[in-house]
Design a protein around this ligand. Structure first.
Ligand code: C5P
Length: 225
């Protein structure tokens, strides 16, 4: 029905940052409030979907009707996503840390001990690219791209490189991602094989509803062809 366009569909969403522990009290993280991902989960549930929301550490309430799985690190997020699949739609909104420390100190590192610690880094799994290549790839797989320059060009390249159907790109240039990161508004461009669909600057919950509307449309187009 028109008001529940995702009825019967399973949607897996990642949101928030990841925290990569250095020692028991310190971590590496990306800047992310989780607001946009949570808004998308809320919109998907309101559209009738069964929603699995894999959330990094954020201070947000669980949207109604959403199954939330809390994780800390990128590797935990990757495992939780794998367990949540299969799904009809995957929407990876999380700002996953690209690197973790190679080893996690079991005790708090002391300032006086050795002067400046040298942190050896290891690369985290790319969850989105992994899902795109995996046997449980959702029929519609959507990634996000926070860019500071050449937003559309970078998003177009990223869509191909990651093997996903859509990239939702936003411009986060400026010292703190201007108003986008942590803010309530967002201006996004949805890049697909059909081109670019640029939405107006609007509240994150409106962006979420607009995106979910397009997801519902794409799924019904798929079923009709
Ligand atoms: O390559 P970049 O980090 O810009 O890609 C962003 C997209 O990839 C987002 O959808 C993000 O959730 C996803 N991603 C991921 N795992 C990573 C890095 C990014 O799922 N390790």
């Amino acid at each position: 029905p028109a008001h529940r366009p995702l009825y019967g569909k399973h949607v897996v969403i990642t949101a928030g940052p990841t925290h990569e522990p250095i020692d028991p009290v310190r971590y590496i993280a990306n800047r992310s409030s989780g607001k946009q991902g949570f808004a998308i989960a809320e919109a998907a549930a309101a559209a009738g979907a069964r929603v699995s929301l894999i959330a990094g550490p954020v201070h947000l309430a669980t949207p109604p009707g959403v199954e939330r799985i809390d994780v800390e690190s990128a590797r935990e997020m990757a495992e939780a996503v794998d367990r949540a699949l299969p799904a009809d739609v995957g929407i990876m909104v999380a700002a996953v840390a690209d690197w973790r420390t190679k080893d996690i100190a079991s005790e708090k590192m002391k300032k006086r001990d050795t002067g400046l610690p040298a942190l050896e880094l290891a690369e985290n799994p790319d969850i989105l690219a992994g899902v795109a290549k995996g046997s449980k790839r959702p029929a519609l797989l959507i990634g996000f791209a926070a860019e500071t320059q050449d937003v559309i060009d970078n998003a177009t390249a990223k869509r191909i490189r990651k093997g996903v159907d859509w990239i939702v790109a936003n411009d986060v240039s400026g010292p703190k991602g201007e108003s986008v990161m942590g803010g309530d508004n967002n201006r996004v461009h949805i890049v697909s094989e059909n081109g670019v669909d640029s939405l107006d600057d609007m509240p994150k919950d409106a962006v979420a509803r607009a995106l979910i509307m397009r997801v519902g449309q794409a799924l019904s187009d798929g079923e009709n062809t």
